[in-house]
Design a protein around this ligand. Sequence first.
Ligand SMILES: C[S@@+](CC[C@H](N)C(=O)[O-])C[C@H]1O[C@@H](n2cnc3c(N)ncnc32)[C@H](O)[C@@H]1O
Length: 207
Amino acid sequence: MPADDVKTHWETVYTTKAPDQVSWYRPHLERSLSLIERAAGGVSASIIDVGGGESTLVDDLLARGYQNLSVLDVSQAAIDVTKKRLKESANRVHWITADVTTVDLAPGAYDVWHDRAVFHFLTSRKKRVAYVNAVAHAVKHGGHVIVSTFGPEGPTKCSGLEVMRYDADLLQHQFGTRFRLVESSKEQHHTPFGTTQQFLYCYCRIG
Ligand SMILES: C[S@@+](CC[C@H](N)C(=O)[O-])C[C@H]1O[C@@H](n2cnc3c(N)ncnc32)[C@H](O)[C@@H]1O
C-alpha cells in the first residue's frame, strides 16, 4: 500500500471510530507495560511507542513516573485524541507524526522500542526491511525491542487490511541476528466485539 494510502486509512479509522470501538482496544496494555518495565530498568529510560494510536500505554507509563517518553504514529487524529486525554501531561511526551518505514529518527535515541500491532501490517519485504533498519538505527546498542504481532492462529486481517502472522522464530528471523530473542509469549486478546485474537509478544536485545 502506498505511503499516502496508509496515512489516509488510519486517519479515517481514528476520525470515524471511538477509541474503544476498534478490535485492538483494551483498557490497559498490561503485557506491554510489564515487559517495558522489566526492559527499561528505571524511569529515566528513553522509550518509544511506535504506532501508539489511542492506547493508554503512554498514560500508564507517565503514571509510573517514566520521564523520557515518545509516541510515534502515522495518524495525527490518533495522536490528538491521546494528547487531549492526557491534558497537560501531554507536554511531558515527545510526539512524532510519521510513517515508521520512512521516519528519520535520531541515532541511538532509545533504550526501549515498543510496538503492539504495527509491524504485522507490513506485508512488503521492502517495508519490513525499512522498519528493521529504523529499529537498528534508533535503538541504542544493548537496547530493548518489544514487538507484538498476531500469532500463528491470529486473524489474517485487521482494520480491513491484510496482515502477516508470526511465531517467535519467524519474527526473530525478520529482525536478523543483531536481535537476540530474550523471551516470547502469546496472549488471547478479547476484542470489544466479543471475539478473541491470538497475539505474539517478542522481547529482544539488540547488539
Ligand atoms: C492496530 S493499531 C494498534 C495501536 C496501539 N499500538 C494499540 O495496541 O492499541 C495500529 C497502529 O499503528 C499505526 N500505524 C500503522 N501503520 C503505521 C506506519 N507505517 N507508521 C506508523 N504508524 C503506523 C496506526 O495508525 C495505528 O495507530
